[in-house]
Every structure is written in structure tokens, then in C-alpha cells.
Design a protein around this ligand. Sequence first.
Ligand code: NOJ
Length: 526
Amino acid sequence: MHWWQTGVIYQVYPRSFQDTNGDGVGDLAGIAARLPYLAELGVDAIWLSPVFPSPMADFGYDISDYTGIDPLFGTLADFDTLVARAHALGLKVILDFVPNHTSNRHPWFVESRVSRQSARRDWYIWRNGAPDGGPPNNWLSEFGGSAWEYDAASDQYYYHAFLREQPDLNWRNPAVRAAMHEVMRFWLRRGADGFRVDVIWHLMKDEAFRDNPPNPDYRDGDPAYKSLLPFYSTDQRQVHDVIRELRAVTDEFSDRVLIGEIYLPVEKLAAYYGANLDGAHLPFNFSLIETPWRADAVASLIERYEGSLPAGAWPNWVLGNHDRPRLASRVGPEQARVAAMLLLTLRGTPTLYYGDEIGMTQVPIRPERVCDPWGLNVPGQGRDGCRTPMPWNASRHAGFSSAEPWLPLAADSAVSNTESAAADPDSLLTLYRRLIALRRARPALTHGTYRPVAQSGTVLAFERVVDGEALLVALNFGAEKANNVVLPNIYRGTVLLSSSPGRDGEATAGHLTLRADEGLIILRDS
Ligand code: NOJ
């Protein structure tokens, strides 16, 4: 099996992980310094949100040079050091590849916008206005407003699925594809172990640029972007040809991974593995983030997802990222422990978001400190609250920086930080460490089959089974004790790991009682 199948991926948001040069923003040297913490946590790979030169209109998701490192984060030499140190500790390094759009200050776009005759005009998506002079069609930007920006000098519009500072590249142009393939090779040659590909389902758009249809489920108060179904602007059939090529470039190097960011219903993820499993190795599955935190909803989600995977496709699960509210705030601190157990026992590769292992919560951001352009455009949509600095210890600025951090630290950083959590045998961090260690030690968890066992009330139970080893995972999604959970297929077993103190080693037989907010991993007697 491949490392990206058996391993655990950890997302680092570089601006907020560790600052070493005292500017209040995290950097590559900081990530390198904190690698021992990650090795001890037991993860196998880190994915870094973008660290490339960028005007930072969207905090690095607007790239102005694909083959450099932004001075804010360090240098190429710092990158090489980080990769070398990570590899020495057995950690892989996955980079964020943002091929859908560049910064409007990228030299390609600067050249493209010079005139309609520019040699790079066709590298981006330029269209004439509608007959009334308005935008070419009704497509909307995910970050608010029309997705078309008028350029008076050439009397045309360019398309941007996100900010106007993020013009979309034209992936129908073979020169664009070739240039971006070279970008991938640049980093793969330098030792990157793969890519997380930003908004991969956006890469191709309808060739005729037809209007998107209205969304019948749109409700007053929803962000305007939701008023249309992005039927023609995303998830086009031809995107799979593009992804197949990205995969082929990845496969020019040994044992690298291609992960696609895709916000689509689980049934639609199947196509992103490629018709012959020649697409993304892992189309990110964000469905746990979107599903109500109830045993019945999660059980049916797992069934739908498992049922929709193509033969041979490898599953994956995600509980948090830099775009969504913090896990511990979504489900509550008690259920964060159950969530950890679920994520690390489901079949497939788990991706953790930095800080979720210590239960970081959404940090309230005062209006004057809002940085996220989405939050500035559409009040309430800001993502700053889940991107705040990692608290390492009780010192000033929580050991993150010697200066005031770019976003505020959580108010409880002095008491809730990695140092205090590491010293507490009952902390969430200790639970994460034990779960990851158990996952590594038990083949049933890394590559066993998934078998639903029971779902009733607030309890979800499933088995992971491999060559004579069967583990039962029983999770109580409720804040009440669950008595007498009947486990038809579990006759006798032993608790290997409990999310609450004092039950490890307990013998179980037939019936089970779960405490409030408790999860158990039980080894079935052979
Ligand atoms: C998805 C990224 O995760 C998000 O942070 C970013 O703003 C958009 N893509 C645009 O690149």
C-alpha cells in the first residue's frame, strides 16, 4: 500500500503555525522547527497551504510566481531545509497547487491584459460583454458579486471565480497546461511529495458560457453565490481530461500523491478518481463537515460514500480546514473527542487541520481585525476565526511569535496550548496521539474493510476487519449515556481505547453501555 493510503495527513496553515522572524506571521523555518511535534503526534504527511510569492489578496491563493517562495515565508533554501528535515523524520510534504487562477499581478496576466492582441491574451478567459454592455453571462463569484470584471482598455471582461484579483486561467489553452505541468515538475524535482490541488472541479468551464440556472433551494439570507447552480461554471465533463494530465505528471515521479479539492456531493466525487483510476488519488471528501453531527446522518453518509466509490478507489475523510468553522466549535468540545475517533477509525486517509488536535475553537474576530477578503466582501462569511495562530505554550503570544500575531490568539491560549495538552494524559491531544498510534499498529484500522454494525438513537457502531482481526468502533454522538447498546456480532471483546478515562482494558460481552459523548474501540476476541 502507498503512504498516502495508510498515513495521516496534517494541514498546516503556514501564516499561523510558527513565526521565527518576529513579524507576527508564521514561516517555513517555523514549520521546520515544529516538525518534532508533528512526528510525535504521529502524522505521516504535512500539507502546506500556499507559500508562493503572492500579493496576499486571498492569503496566498493568489499566486504571482509559481516557482518561488514568498519572502514572508522565507526562501527556496528554507523550503529545501524543511523538506530535508521532514523527510529525515519520515514526514512527507504536500504542497498546495493553485492552477485555476493566478494573481492579477502575475506577469502572465499583466501581459494578457495589455491588449486583445497580447500573445498571452488567451491564457485567461476574456469575453465580450452582453449586447446590453453588461457582463457576458450571469456567473457569480464565490466571494460575492459578478464573476466578470470589465477591462475598459480592451472593452472586454475577464472571468474570476473568486476575487477580481484572482483571474481564472484558460485551461483549454495547451500552452497554459504545459506551463502548469512544468510548475508541478519544478516542485516534484525539489522533493515535494505531491499536491493538494485547489478547486480542481473549477478548472474547465462550459465552452459556450451558458447562463447558470437559478437554484430552487435558495433561501433569503443565503450568500448571493448560492442563488444560482454552478452548472456551467464548474464540474464539466472535460475537467477529467485535465486531471488525467495532472496525474500523469505526478506519476512521472515515484510515489507522489495528487489530492483534489472538490466541494460536491459524495456521489459526484467518484468521477474525480478518473475513469480508470487515472484521476486524483484522493478527491477530498468534505462531507463530514457539511453533514449534521448526528449518528443517523453520519451513518447514512458513510453508507452513501462507501457505496459510491469506484472499485479500487481509496476513500478519505476530512473534518476541518482553513475555509470552514473550527470542528470543536461546530460539534462542541465533548464531541470533538468522538469526532477524532471517527476520523481516525473510518476506512480511508484522514486529514487533520492544525490545532484541531488540541480542540482549537473559532476565535471571534473584531470587525477592525477582519483580514479575509471574503469576510470583508460578505460580512459573516469570514474565515479568519479558523486561521488563528497555534498556541504552543503559556508564554507571551503563546510561543507563536515574539510580536503581535497577524490574527488574534484564542483568549484561552495561556491554558489551552500544545504544551499543557501534552502534559495531560486525558487531553484531546493525548487522545489524538493514541488514536494515531493505534491506527498505525492495527492493520484493521489502516486497511481493513468497513462493516456497519448498528445505528440506533445516538449511537453509531461499525467494524473494521482484516485477516482475523476485527475492531469494533462504537460512538455516542449524544450528551446522554447510552445503555444496553446491542451489538449482534460482538460476543466478547476488550476495550483497546476509550475516548473517556478509565475504560481501557475493560471486557465487553454482547451489550455495551456508552457514557455521554464517548467513543470506544474494542478488539473482538478471536
Ligand atoms: C479554495 C481555498 O481553500 C480557499 O482558501 C481559497 O480562497 C479558494 N480556493 C480560492 O483559491
